[in-house]
Design a protein around this ligand. Structure first.
Ligand SMILES: [Cu+2]
Length: 314
């Protein structure tokens, strides 16, 4: 009797088979959603050059050095993206596959020498490739090329950096709270006043296809010259002269912004580079010289009148 009762009790509670958890990908709705997400990702990657132009990569298209910076950035970005997807993919896969399960006993692993040597060597190889690619590309970013065939032919100057044939347009940039001043001509660092060189504020005018070398200085605090489409940013440091260059590939307007927090009106310290044809540039420079000469003559006249009336101290 007791044995029969025990048997009934045993029957009343049949052993339930433990069901293995099913992967969420077996669910058709989740599978559909995952496919949709994958398609959206693929679509956004394919459309990225137009839709997200310069959103995740540097601006380019205005000057050869800007294009080289952009392509170097993309090489690093794409390699990093592959590494990211592989590492994060392995992580997510492991988190799901080896998640906590009731009764499961974790395997005790004591490293995998081959795997560890593999990923150390792999990382070193990636660094080596990036170093080699960077050093191959660096000269085309740092060293200015000759002006294009249609560029303006200007006299040579010894100021560094210089294109191989020495012909360039030198523009001295002076950063000051909160505006950029540009002086045009090879003597702009030392003989700007004696040579009566033309100058302008905020808007720089330059000829296309011409190698423009920038000598950058500051009169007060550290500023940073940066017109993204025309190359990298360069600090303007008081007491020093820093250099960069660009060669505008086509006429147009290129916007920039001081890239160092230089004071309360830092946000207002914008820059604009207006690229015109060489003929237009020469006409502009001539007119600018005339305007400055006329304004200086008027100021001299006014000074004379004020001094003769005793209204201006010496
Ligand atoms: Cu500034």
């Amino acid at each position: 009797m007791a044995a029969a009762l025990r048997l009934d009790a045993h029957r009343a509670k049949p052993r339930r088979r433990r069901r293995r958890p099913r992967s969420p990908l077996h669910n058709p709705r989740i599978r559909g959603l995952a496919s949709l997400l994958a398609l959206a990702l693929l679509g956004s990657l394919l459309l990225a050059p137009d839709a997200l132009a310069n959103f995740i990569t540097p601006k380019s298209g205005g000057s050869p050095n800007a294009n080289e910076i952009d392509s170097l950035y993309k090489i690093v970005l794409y390699i990093a993206a592959v590494v990211f997807v592989l590492v994060e993919g392995a992580l997510l896969y492991s988190v799901y596959k080896f998640r906590a399960k009731k009764g499961a006993i974790a395997a005790q692993i004591h490293g995998n020498t081959r795997l560890e040597i593999g990923w150390t060597a792999g990382a070193a190889l990636i660094l080596l490739v990036l170093t080699v690619v960077t050093f191959i590309k660096l000269p085309s970013i740092v060293d200015p090329p000759n002006s294009g065939a249609n560029g303006l032919v200007l006299s040579a100057s010894v100021t560094q950096p210089t294109p191989p044939n020495g012909k360039k347009l030198t523009v001295c940039i002076q950063g000051r709270q909160y505006i950029w001043r540009y002086t045009y001509g090879s003597g702009c660092l030392n003989a700007a006043f004696s040579d009566k060189l033309p100058y302008s504020y905020q808007e720089m005018v330059v000829p296309e296809h011409t190698t423009v070398v920038l000598d950058i200085q500051s009169t007060d605090v550290i500023h940073s010259w940066w017109v993204p489409s025309l190359g990298g940013k360069v600090d303007a440091v008081p007491g020093y002269t820093t250099y960069t260059w660009f060669q505008a590939l086509h006429p147009g307007l290129f916007h920039g912004q001081c890239a160092q927090l230089c004071g309360t009106n830092h946000a207002a310290m914008t820059a604009l580079v207006k690229v015109v044809t060489p003929t237009q540039y020469q006409a502009w420079a001539q007119k600018q010289e005339q305007l400055i000469t006329t304004a200086n003559a008027q100021v001299a006249q006014l000074r004379q009148v004020l001094t003769s009336e005793g209204n201006l101290g010496s």
